[in-house]
Design a protein around this ligand. Structure first.
Ligand code: FES
Length: 108
């Protein structure tokens, strides 16, 4: 099966306002959709430091701030940008068509 066939519906584009986050669970994946000034990005909803849910954090530009210890990640690629977080988190490819955001999830 090609990647094109594996993209699946995540949300309507107008469901998440700019600067806001939305949490989804799809096929056992815990996903955080982030609407930044640069567009939509999807990351795993789990901090790599102490496993806190990032859905309780704040979005600042393209960075998500962990609610537990203040570590941060770049939502565009999941890289760690602020201590105590040092390891990246997973980011997921998205595509937008006809007002719908679709996500590419890895096979389980
Ligand atoms: S759990 Fe996120 S910085 Fe510690």
């Amino acid at each position: 099966m090609s990647d094109a066939e594996n993209f699946q519906f995540l949300a309507e584009v107008d469901a998440v306002k700019p600067g806001k986050l939305a949490w989804f669970e799809i096929d056992g994946h815990d996903i955080l959709l982030c609407h930044t000034k640069e567009g939509f990005y999807a990351i795993e909803n789990r901090c790599s430091h102490g496993l806190a849910a990032l859905s309780g954090g704040r979005l600042r530009g393209c960075r998500i701030i962990c609610p537990l210890h203040g570590g941060s990640f770049d939502v565009r690629d999941g890289s760690a940008t602020g201590k105590p977080a040092s390891r990246p988190i997973r980011s997921y490819p998205l595509r937008i068509a006809d007002g719908r955001i679709e996500i590419l999830l890895p096979a389980r």
